[in-house]
Design a protein around this ligand. Structure first.
Ligand code: HEM
Length: 392
């Protein structure tokens, strides 16, 4: 499909597997650092260059980050720090995220993460072949989150179903509301219990922490559990699939297996090469038009941060479409965002990726893809393989 035909298509329907997306982004970047697109039938814009994103992520005046989130999941789960602005955002982000700070993640017992990975591998290893999305990448993040929250083992699957349901709010609102109601009903007595007798889990910390004299009430506790664990689960699942696809299709599986020192940089490179969140929505103010990168944009208009495009900007990365685990560029990828909204879960995400990679390399050292069907990451906003058919 040529550029004009592609641009005429609604942005929400772009699938563009693997490098198709990145090659198309090259064309858009050449058109300008902010280009027009169509999104759900309305006119919107896409920021394409690394420099443009660096500025736009910090431009909370012209592109207030909370606006898009107020229209997104907040109507389902209620107000949370993602849908708040300014000082309230700062305060509630601080209250909600201490468990995810680098020092806390470093102190976190990675044994739990390893146990989850090994329990999953135990279930399919004897078969000699499996679709790793179904048997591993889709399950791992939800179980980890359930354990962080202190959910009993026999209820983990139920919990995962609820979180997945929340994530499908736009495509299946009925299911999302049912999952929300069931999750809230489940959490009520858990919150009451942790209020009376705190444990070492995230729910107890959210209940008892105080910042500037403020504590979360029950409604905020639930919306924050909802936002952090829906934001953290699908992104981890997507990134895990993208990492496996990258290593298995570029001949790098054996390299990282044989040289442990390469693993962290391979993870960073996979996060750059195929970002799980490839585009992030921002929206212009309700009543005033703004100028972004010299382009006048009307009020109430979506402006997408083209993370996938910035991560492949040749002004920042040499041969950006090549998956090169020994890159030396100083530029940072935009995979976790930038500025005041930068992902608070990124340290946990990296630790999850490293732990699972170590476990898979140890248990399935000769892993190989048997088919490319569904393997190339695809999708517009969230990108991941739909299948990873492997032999080991
Ligand atoms: C590889 C996995 C992950 C990726 C690619 C990712 C990506 C991102 C990005 C790009 C943002 C910026 C949003 C914006 O600017 O509007 C973000 C924010 C956020 N992420 Fe992540 N994330 C990941 C893992 C996690 C995890 C594990 C958690 C929590 C456990 C988490 C929780 C959040 C939350 C709550 C925000 C909102 C921050 C705010 O508005 O201040 N993420 N994430």
């Amino acid at each position: 499909m040529n550029k004009q035909d592609q641009l005429a298509q609604d942005f929400s329907t772009w699938e563009l597997p693997g490098l198709e997306l990145h090659r198309f982004m090259d064309e858009l970047r050449q058109m300008g650092s902010v280009v027009p697109i169509t999104y759900y039938g309305t006119s919107g814009y896409l920021a394409t260059t690394h420099d443009a994103l660096t500025r736009a992520f910090k431009d909370t005046q012209n592109l207030p980050p909370e606006r898009a989130y107020q229209l997104g999941i907040a109507p389902l789960i209620g107000e949370n720090f993602q849908s708040m602005s300014g000082e309230r955002h700062r305060l509630y982000r601080k209250l909600a995220t201490p468990t995810f700070r680098p020092k806390m993640v470093d102190k976190m017992d990675s044994a739990m993460l390893k146990d989850v990975a090994n329990e999953l591998i135990d279930k399919f290893v004897a078969a000699g072949e499996a679709d790793l999305t179904k048997t591993f990448t889709l399950l791992y993040p939800y179980i980890v989150i359930a354990r962080m929250l202190g959910i009993p083992r026999d209820e983990e699957t139920k919990f995962a179903d609820w979180v997945v349901g929340l994530l499908h709010f736009t495509s299946d609102p009925e299911r999302a509301y049912r999952c929300r109601d069931e999750l809230w009903t489940y959490l009520d007595p858990v919150i009451e219990d942790r209020r009376r007798s705190p444990k070492g889990d995230v729910i107890s910390q959210l209940i008892h922490d105080e910042v500037d004299g403020v504590r979360m009430d029950d409604a905020l506790l639930k919306s924050h559990i909802g936002i952090m664990f829906s934001a953290g689960s699908s992104t981890t699942h997507d990134s895990l699939g993208n990492l496996l696809y990258a290593l298995l299709t570029t001949g790098n599986w054996a390299r990282v297996r044989d040289d442990e020192a390469l693993r962290d940089s391979a993870i960073d490179e996979a996060l750059r090469w195929e970002a799980a969140v490839s585009f992030l929505p921002r929206m212009t103010p309700e009543t005033t038009s703004v100028v972004i990168e010299g382009v006048e944009i009307p009020s109430n208009t979506f402006v997408f941060m083209g993370i996938a495009s910035a991560n492949h900007d040749p002004a920042r990365f040499d041969n950006p479409h090549v998956f090169a685990i020994d890159r030396t560029e100083e530029s940072k990828s935009m995979t976790f965002g930038h500025g005041p909204r930068m992902c608070p879960g990124m340290h946990l995400a990296r630790m999850n990726l490293r732990t699972t990679l170590d476990s898979l390399l140890e248990r399935l050292p000769n892993l190989e893809l048997t088919s490319l069907e569904g393997a190339a990451p695809s999708g517009t906003i969230f990108r991941h393989p739909t299948k990873l058919l492997c032999r080991f």
